[in-house]
Design a binder for this molecule. Structure first.
Ligand SMILES: [Zn+2]
Ligand SMILES: [Zn+2]
Length: 102
């Protein structure tokens, strides 16, 4: 039987009690959805689009970030349904734009 000792240091981090509490801006945790489009031709996949895995399973690869839910294969590249060119899955996600967009 293993014995686990948890030691807690008696000293806490010193905080200045001047009342200057910085409230960090809250941002929705990864709630922001980045636009998805083909880096080659600009095609934007829709939720009903399906990709086929080599295991025969078909699903929307952007629901799982390129991971086959059936065999757990991680696809690094994703083929476009329109131009049929392969691109890195990450490249499909448009980089976040600044606050001043269009
Ligand atoms: Zn394309
Ligand atoms: Zn699969």
């Amino acid at each position: 039987m293993r014995k686990v000792e948890l030691r807690r240091g008696p000293e806490e981090e010193e905080r200045d009690g001047t009342g200057g509490i910085d409230v960090e801006q809250r941002r929705p945790a990864k709630d922001r959805r980045r636009r998805i489009r083909c880096p080659k031709c600009g095609y934007q996949p829709v939720p009903s689009d399906r990709w086929f895995c080599e295991c025969g399973h078909s699903w929307n690869t952007f629901d799982t970030r390129g991971r086959c839910p059936a065999c757990q294969k991680q696809w690094l590249r994703t083929a476009c349904l329109r131009c049929h060119q392969w691109s890195l899955h990450e490249d499909w996600y448009e980089p976040e734009e600044g606050p001043n967009s269009g």
